[in-house]
Each structure stands twice: as structure tokens, then as C-alpha cells.
Design a protein around this ligand. Structure first.
Ligand code: C5P
Length: 223
């Protein structure tokens, strides 16, 4: 491929988007948060009570969903049928349902198609669960991120609190992460797994700056 793709996959809340944004900014690439697409679809399914077990209902719903990204300062903002939903899709009601929705074959097929289109001609950094294995198996640079589950839960808990969520406990967050990791790695449709050529990045004890420097060093060898 002529354009450059950096794929970042890994477990829930281990800093994929933080690293992806920093890399995109440093390299002047476009950042795409694939998780927010599954989250926006989930929000639509919740709002419209779409029966996930009914393929026709799912297909029909997908035809009524239009997702768009608009990038401001390398923050990835997503709109669902024109409505800005970036904040809402990160809240617990969506987090609790997203792994179920993202395991759906029809949902994945449509999202992968849209993601591949976005990475067709531009230099991008995309993070998610199946980017290096499925969406861009031919990406020039792939990272697989991981971190201690307790540290991940603490980071995400602090993030929710800073956004004014006072009802979700650290325990709730921990359980949601464990549940999503389990669901994401064991599902039938492109489960989360490390691509053979992905570079492992365990950031349990790394600062954001150290992660960025490590990733830039690796990326420069391939770009
Ligand atoms: O990355 P984030 O945690 O926002 O993703 C939310 C959920 O979306 C994941 O737990 C996973 O179920 C799903 N997802 C996926 N494939 C991707 C990105 C996210 O299945 N490429």
C-alpha cells in the first residue's frame, strides 16, 4: 500500500487511544478511534431497542446509521446521524453493551468496510481490537498494547470521575473491563488477538512520554 497505516490493538483501557493520538499528532497522521464506531452503533441500538438476535432488524438498523468523524486537535469526535455523541458513547450504559453488539457479524462487516475506506489513501493511526489482524492486516506498523488490569481500571475510573460520573465504582469499572476483555478475546468474529508481526507494548510501568518515544522509535524503523 502507498499510504501508511499504524495499527494499535489491545485490551480495554490500556491507553491505546492516548498513544494513537500522540503518534498521529507527532507524525501528522489522521487518528481514527474504531472503538467509538462500535460504541455509537451500540448507542443507536439501545435508543431504538434494536433486537440484536434478529439479523433483519440489525441490518435495517445499520442502514439507518451514519457515522462521521471530525478531528479537532487530534481528539477524535464522532457523530451519529449528525449528532455529536463522543461523550455519551464513553459512559457506562454503552460500555456495558458494546461487546455484545460488536460481536455481531453484520455489525462488524459494516464497520470494517467503513474503516477500510477511511484508510484507503491517507496516512492513519487506527486503534481497536482487530485492526492489525483484520481491518489492515497489511499495516506497516502494528502495536499490541497491554497493561496490568488493576492499573487499567484505576485509570479509567479516574477518567470517568473527572467527567462527573459519581455513580460508577472502581469495582464496576474493573468488572466491565474484565467482562469486555473476556468477550472480545473469545468471540467467534475476529477476536482480539495479537497479529504475529505486532510489537508488544506493556505500559504498566511506562509514562505516556515513554510509550510515545518507544512507539516512534519502532515506527521510524518501518516508515
Ligand atoms: O476501544 P474501546 O474500548 O472504546 O472499544 C469498545 C468496544 O468495542 C470493545 O470492548 C470491543 O468490544 C469493541 N471493538 C471491537 N473492534 C474494534 C474496536 C472496538 O470489537 N476494532
Amino acid at each position: 500500500r502507498k499510504n501508511l497505516v499504524i495499527a494499535i490493538d489491545g485490551y480495554s483501557s490500556c491507553g491505546k487511544s492516548t498513544l494513537a493520538k500522540a503518534l498521529a499528532k507527532k507524525l501528522g497522521f489522521i487518528y481514527i478511534d474504531s472503538g467509538s464506531m462500535y460504541r455509537a452503533v451500540t448507542l443507536f441500538f439501545i435508543r431504538n431497542q434494536v433486537d440484536i438476535s434478529n439479523p433483519e432488524a440489525v441490518q435495517d438498523a445499520l442502514q439507518h446509521i451514519e457515522l462521521n468523524f471530525h478531528s479537532r486537535d487530534y481528539e477524535s469526535h464522532i457523530t451519529l446521524n449528525g449528532e455529536e455523541v463522543s461523550e455519551e458513547v464513553r459512559q457506562m450504559p454503552v460500555s456495558e453493551r458494546v461487546s455484545e453488539v460488536s460481536a455481531n457479524k453484520l455489525v462488524r462487516k459494516e464497520m470494517v468496510k467503513q474503516q477500510q475506506r477511511m484508510g484507503k489513501s491517507k496516512n492513519i493511526v487506527m486503534d481497536g481490537r482487530d485492526i492489525g489482524t483484520t481491518v489492515f492486516a497489511d499495516a506497516q506498523v502494528k502495536f499490541f498494547m497491554t497493561a496490568d488490569p488493576k492499573i487499567r481500571a484505576e485509570r479509567r475510573f479516574k477518567e470517568l470521575q473527572s467527567k462527573g460520573d459519581t455513580t460508577t465504582s472502581l469495582e464496576d469499572v474493573f468488572e466491565n473491563l474484565a467482562h469486555r476483555d473476556y468477550a472480545d478475546t473469545t468471540r467467534a468474529e475476529s477476536p482480539l488477538t495479537r497479529a504475529e508481526d505486532a510489537i508488544i507494548l506493556d505500559n504498566t510501568e511506562l509514562t505516556q512520554e515513554e510509550q510515545l518515544n518507544f512507539a516512534l522509535e519502532q515506527a521510524h524503523q518501518h516508515l
